[in-house]
Structure formats: C-alpha cells, structure tokens
Write a protein that binds this ligand. Structure first.
Ligand code: MLT
Length: 248
C-alpha cells in the first residue's frame, strides 16, 4: 500500500484527539463511525430522508425536538430521553422518515462530524455500506483525503480502522496513480483490512464496541453494517446539515 507517487495524499486519523495533527484546509474528510452512526446515516439517505442535522449536545437535541424536528440519538448506546429513536440503521430505514429532517446526536459519530466541520474542508460520511460510492466521489474531487475515525470516546476503534483500511485501498485503486500514502496509520489500517477482509464478521468479534452492543441487546446490526456497497449514497455536509450528493 505504501506509495510515494501520486499528486494527492491519503491519510487516516485514528482518533478525534489527534485531529489537530491531521486537519488540513482544502482537504476532503471522510468521517466514519461504523457501529453505528455513519452506517445509520447511509441507511437514512438510502431511505430518502431529506437531511440530517449532526448534533453534539443533549440540550441541542431537546431544542430541535421542541421545534418539531424528528430527534434521534443515544449516549453509550442508550436512546436519549428526548429522542424519537436511537441509533440503529434499522430505525433510520422506516418508510415514515422519507422526506424528513432528522436531528441526530450520538456519543462519538456526530461529535467527530462537528469537529471535522470546523476545518475548511469538504466533509462526507463513509461506511462499508457506501464504500465504493464515497471513495469514487472522494477521488473525483482531486484533493488530499483524510479519513477520520470517530472511535470510542477518543480511543482507537477496530471497526472504524477496518473501514479506513478498506477505503485507503479503494481510493488508491480508483485513483489510478493520482493518490499516494506514506501515512503509517493509513498503511496499518490497510494491513488490518487485509487480515480481516475475507471474513469481517468473524474478525469483528475482537472489537470492544461489538461486545458493548451485545450487552445492550443492540448487536442485530453487525452483518448489515459490514455489508459492502449496499447503498449508493454519499452524505455530504452543507450548511451544517448532511444531505445526499444526489440532492446537491
Ligand atoms: C457513536 O456515535 O458513538 C456510535 O454510533 C454509538 C452507537 O450508537 O453504537
């Protein structure tokens, strides 16, 4: 995967805590939170929701709810008291949500999006379910690409890193010589993906959040979240809201 040739750089930031070392004006940032925020967002746009407002603080969620918006969110996996539903991609697939705007607040995912939004970069959302769609879009922008893993409370996360590896591999392949990486975290992610890609569902048994979800009875989303390319959507941040690129 190591490659010095190619005009544009690909790098991977393992934790929001390291973001200040990676952020770059004019870059394209792919934010990922595989279990479950970024997978849920892709499910929502596949289900044709109009927009998602990424929310960080619980008081903000209460405010959106009182204004009549659909409110989704969790803390440590548990649905927020002010939310209509939690963070399962299945919640976001309900037909009644078509055309709706959802204010969404999650432990790590929406926080990472808000962090990336502070830099002067284009922010898109990546999951296994939109892997090819998001990487194709990213490559066509002809910019430096940074993959930001939401992680768990600023810690490294295996599932986000697997996605980062799959995306690094895909970007280098689709970029056809235009992208290079000499970033150790991108190379480590790609190596991890190589060791897991034949059976990600078995590999993910090692992941802490997989077991957290199991304890909460929320682990019905594993296979769904690790399915590659089931959704042809690219959520992109515009005016502090996520919309699908098809509606740009
Ligand atoms: C997060 O944002 O931390 C996650 O998506 C948590 C979850 O809902 O599993």
């Amino acid at each position: 995967m190591y490659s010095e040739n190619g005009e544009y750089r690909v790098s991977v930031c393992f934790s929001p805590l390291s973001w200040h070392l990676f952020e770059q004006d004019g870059a394209l940032v792919i934010v990922t939170d595989i279990f479950r925020a970024s997978t849920a967002m892709c499910a929502a746009f596949h289900n044709k929701v109009k927009a998602i407002i990424p929310v960080e603080r619980i008081e903000e969620s209460q405010k959106w709810k009182s204004k009549g918006y659909v409110s989704a969110g969790e803390r440590d996996g548990k649905t927020l008291a002010c939310a209509d539903f939690g963070n399962s991609p299945f919640n976001f697939s309900e037909p009644g949500l078509q055309g709706k705007i959802i204010a969404m607040n999650t432990t790590n995912g929406t926080k990472a999006i808000r962090l990336a939004a502070k830099s002067n970069s284009q922010v898109v959302i990546g999951a296994f379910t939109n892997l090819t769609a998001v990487c194709t879009f990213a490559v066509h922008q002809r910019k430096e690409i940074i993959i930001l893993c939401a992680g768990w409370k600023d810690r490294f996360s295996l599932e986000d890193t697997l996605f980062a590896g799959a995306a690094t591999e895909k970007i280098i392949t689709l970029g056809n010589g235009q992208f290079h990486t000499m970033c150790d975290s991108a190379i480590a992610s790609a190596d991890l993906w190589q060791s897991a890609k034949n059976d990600p569902l078995t590999y993910i048994e090692k992941a802490a959040h997989r077991h957290r979800l199991k304890r909460l009875g929320l682990d019905d989303i594993l296979e769904y979240s690790l399915t590659i390319d089931s959704h042809q959507v690219v959520p992109i941040l515009k005016d502090n809201r996520l919309i699908d690129i098809k509606s740009l």
